[in-house]
Ligand binder design. Structure first.
Ligand code: PML
Ligand code: MG
Length: 260
């Protein structure tokens, strides 16, 4: 038995009453980590760079082991870019390489540049760039995922020089998203004003770009590009409700253990 712990926090009242989205987090943990996980999420909501939350929603829900799927973690690459313009151009090229039509990739970048305080993701057609979900300002929130073996994961990240919460959580989310049928690519950069890096994920890997937005900007979010004729009800159900644990590839854990 695991517990899904979900947090969303806002300032100026609840999200559904027009409050500004401040922070969100998702974990899938055993009973022994439950109390510490809930406390850490609450602290995060109360001291976030987007502002202190005056509304925090915390949901804790038991998830039976038989419902959990497993999938392998995406390999990660980082591309150092000189600035936002170069970063966005490189991200656009990566999306096109993944099968997103050039106009759809450009529309996705423009849409993300205009996103303001959306706590979930936009889903768009990879061929046309047209938005397919009807979730409006809230977006589709990917939920119920975590890493299967946290120590192995942290070691694997550390061996590649990665150690911040943004990366740790985003790779888990992108790995769940890329395992969805019909998924072509994801484009993301953070809404955290102090974090400028972002990424393009495809079923083949997670490519980070060091600058996808200017420092100080709170405009950020996620777009998932899907193949035409993707069953949207099934996709949204998977993204929101299917519990998924992400595994670090076994040979990489062994190689990392030897090198440490
Ligand atoms: C977020 O934390 O809001 C999204 C993080 C995106 C980039 C993570 C990374 O550095 O790879
Ligand atoms: Mg954030």
């Amino acid at each position: 038995m695991l517990y899904s712990v979900r947090m969303r926090a806002a300032q100026g009242g609840a999200h559904e009453l027009g409050g500004k989205h401040v922070s969100g987090a998702e974990r899938l943990v055993g009973r022994e980590l439950l109390t510490a996980t809930v406390t850490a999420m609450l602290e995060r909501a109360l001291s976030h760079s987007r502002g202190a939350a005056d509304f925090t929603n915390l949901v804790i829900e038991a998830v039976p082991a038989r419902d959990i799927q497993e999938t392998v973690c995406l390999p990660v690459t980082t591309i150092a870019v000189t600035g936002v313009i170069a970063g966005r151009a490189a991200a656009q090229t990566e999306l096109i390489k993944a099968g997103v039509a050039p106009a759809a990739a450009a529309a996705g970048l423009a849409a993300l540049a205009g996103v303001n305080g959306m706590r979930g993701a936009i889903i768009a057609d990879a061929r046309t760039g047209v938005r397919l979900d009807t979730s409006g300002q809230s977006g589709i929130r990917v939920s119920r995922m975590d890493i299967a073996d946290e120590q192995a994961y942290l070691g694997w990240l550390k061996s590649q020089g990665y150690n911040n919460t943004h990366i740790r959580e985003a790779i888990v989310l992108a790995s769940k998203v890329m395992a969805a049928p019909g998924m072509v690519a994801e484009l993301c950069w953070s809404d955290d004003p102090e974090y400028t890096a972002g990424y393009v994920a495809t079923p083949g890997g997670y490519t980070r770009f060091t600058h996808l937005k200017p420092y100080g900007s709170e405009i950020g979010g996620r777009i998932f590009f899907v193949k035409e004729n993707t069953n949207m009800d099934q996709l949204i159900k998977y993204l929101q409700y299917q519990p998924v644990l992400i595994k670090v590839p076994a040979e990489e854990v062994r190689a990392d253990a030897v090198s440490r």
